[in-house]
Design a protein around this ligand. Structure first.
Ligand code: PLP
Length: 408
């Protein structure tokens, strides 16, 4: 364990700024690719890879259930680490196989009646928009979309003006999938508190990118994914459920993990957030997720946020100097996601040519942020998302590669 922690660069980094050489040495993918797709899925560290392969080996050697029992301490630590990551308690965490299912467990469990209002923002994730439309159709609730202000973040005055006694949910995406915007999550939290509405915050692109404190934000529910900036395995996600939400939500499904048969024709929900979980899980993934979260906590989210945000800003500033390239990130505050268009070249072509140079980026998809697509009409774009383990030299190399494409 100590050796593995050395290999990740965590111990030295915990003492101060991140030791980039050390974290890169503990990230096998850094030797093969220039990875700027951390908003898609970040590179696993060697300690996380070791934790997962160790658990898989244990399943093969002992049997799946027996390996789960042997890893009970590590599994419980995944809950504890996620709680620490968001500033909550372990019993307020539920584990899922992705962030969408975590968000669904929250949103579909909020009791709604005809005429109730669901208020949301302009940069919501495509799956959430579809879910809101279905929930509104099923329950007779009204969906209200708040526009962005002149800076490109959610318009707080417009939000205040739409709130009334019928408002049950305010749902906001903190950092959208298709731009570098950081929405003012805490300001929205203050508005939600004053209105006594539940506040569901989608932090999928935030977890592992910069610090989170649910008490400061004032949210009731927060969902995140493992594979993006947290550097966990694919197929992991979680929901944090605050006490107010736990008291108000009616879990939309029930099964043998989330509740127990009470011996008569009734059942009792599991205590805490685990009432939203399913019985079967990948414990290989859960152990891997715990390892990734511990690594982020040991490095320090403030240090991670400072470095990833700085690399994002550097990339954006340099791209803005290149003739034929336009960046499209809005908002007062921006993060490590950078979106850009290259004149005369489709985003798919640009991403393909960069991949040929060993540079991983992705492209935005209009349907993944439907309201933003209606509003701005700029998608698809090239999406570049550095993380703390990227280097300034990699940013320079990427800008040069993009400049060559723009000039071609
Ligand atoms: C803002 C946002 N919300 C939700 C999701 C869905 O996350 P998952 O794919 O883990 O379900 C994504 C995925 O890109 C996202 O960017």
């Amino acid at each position: 364990m100590d050796h593995a922690r050395d290999a990740s660069g965590v111990e030295s980094a915990a003492k101060g700024a991140i030791d980039v050489d050390l974290v890169r040495a503990g990230t096998p993918g850094c030797a093969h690719r220039l990875h700027l797709n951390n908003a898609g899925a970040a590179l696993l560290s060697q300690p996380t890879l070791d934790a997962m392969t160790g658990q898989l080996r244990l399943e093969a050697q002992l049997g799946g259930y027996e390996a789960e029992a042997a890893a009970r301490g590590k599994i419980e630590d995944t809950y504890a680490a996620l709680a620490e990551l968001v500033g909550g308690r372990a019993e307020q965490i539920a584990l899922f196989d992705n962030s969408t299912h975590a968000w669904n467990a929250a949103c579909y469990s909020i009791p709604l009646r005809p005429g109730d209002r669901i208020i949301t923002g302009n940069d919501e994730y495509g799956s959430s928009v579809l879910a809101y439309l279905q929930i509104a159709r099923r329950t007779g609730a009204e969906l209200v979309v708040i526009p962005n202000d002149a800076t490109g973040q959610i318009d707080l005055d417009a939000l205040r003006a739409e709130i009334d006694e019928r408002t049950r949910i305010i749902g906001l995406t903190w950092v959208p999938t298709a731009s570098g915007l950081v929405n003012p999550a805490a300001e929205v939290g203050a508005i939600a508190r004053a209105a006594d509405a539940l506040y569901l915050l989608d932090a999928t692109q935030v977890v592992g990118q910069f610090p989170i404190d649910v008490a400061t934000i004032g949210c009731d529910l927060l969902n995140g994914t493992g594979r993006k900036f947290l550097r966990g395995p694919r197929g992991t996600g979680f929901l944090w459920v605050g006490d107010r939400a736990l008291a108000r939500l009616d879990p939309f499904v029930v099964e043998i993990r989330s509740a127990t048969w009470d011996g008569a024709r009734g059942f009792t929900f599991a205590p805490g957030a685990r009432r939203f979980e399913s019985w079967e899980n990948s414990y290989v993934n859960i152990v891997g997720l715990g390892s990734a979260v511990r690594q982020a906590l040991d490095l320090g989210l403030a240090a991670i946020g400072e470095r990833s945000g700085r690399l994002g800003a550097l990339l954006r500033e340099q791209l803005d100097q290149v003739p034929g390239i336009t960046t499209h990130d809005l908002g007062k505050r921006r993060c490590a996601i950078v979106t850009a268009a290259v004149d005369g070249h489709s985003p798919a072509e640009v991403a393909g040519r960069l991949a040929g140079d060993g540079i991983n980026v992705s492209t935005t998809v209009a349907e993944h942020t439907p309201f933003d697509s209606e509003d701005r009409g700029v998608h698809p774009l090239v999406r570049l998302s550095p993380h703390y383990y990227n280097t300034e030299a990699e940013i320079d190399r990427t800008v040069a590669a993009l400049a060559a494409i723009a000039a071609s």
